[in-house]
Design a binder for this molecule. Structure first.
Ligand code: INI
Length: 160
């Protein structure tokens, strides 16, 4: 008989986990909803609000440098990056979206800490709101769930 593979499929349980949520103030109408979704997801999965840190960034472009400061300080199991880079009349938004994506990815690998990515890049306000709790779920909550699972998976691997 063939042996079945060993699998790690970490449960979503945020009990005792500490997250830093870095959220941009730009497009706050949307990002406040992403933040609410992330906090709600953490609490509904056993995390304590008292263990979480929320850091406001002026815009999505500043999310990586603030995330870096959090990672440098230490003490958090993961960072959850939340923002909304809205398409405009020029390609300005593309430059910002590229920088925040690249920056968060690099920092996560550099520090060995999950940086969950909940930065929307919608073409319209309607698309943004639909992804911030209206018709298409809440990307802030999704980013929080991904952070919880990533932390649990990393802990399970460490315990092998
Ligand atoms: N910041 C955002 O978070 N979303 C945007 O849509 C946006 N646009 O389109 O301009 C934006 N700009 C500000 C940027 O993130 C920086 O804060 C600013 O350039 C100063 O560095």
């Amino acid at each position: 008989m063939q042996a079945s593979p060993r699998q790690i499929s970490a449960p979503i349980n945020a009990k005792g986990m500490k997250f830093a949520i870095v959220v941009s103030r730009f497009n706050a109408l949307v990002t406040k909803e992403l933040l609410g979704g992330a906090l709600d997801a953490i609490e509904r999965n056993g995390g304590s609000p008292a263990d979480q840190l929320v850091v406001w960034a002026p815009g999505a472009f500043e999310i990586p440098i603030i995330t870096r400061a959090v990672l440098e300080k230490g003490g958090y199991d993961a960072v959850i990056a939340l923002g909304c880079v809205m398409a405009g009349e020029t390609t300005h938004n593309d430059y910002i979206a590229n920088e925040v994506t690249k920056g968060c990815g690099h920092l996560s690998l550099q520090y060995g800490v999950p940086v969950s990515f909940g930065v929307l890049t919608p073409n319209t306000l309607e698309q943004a709101l639909n992804r911030a709790g209206l018709k298409m779920g809440n990307k802030g909550a999704e980013a929080a769930l991904a952070a919880i699972e990533a932390v649990a998976a990393i802990r399970s691997i460490a315990a092998l």
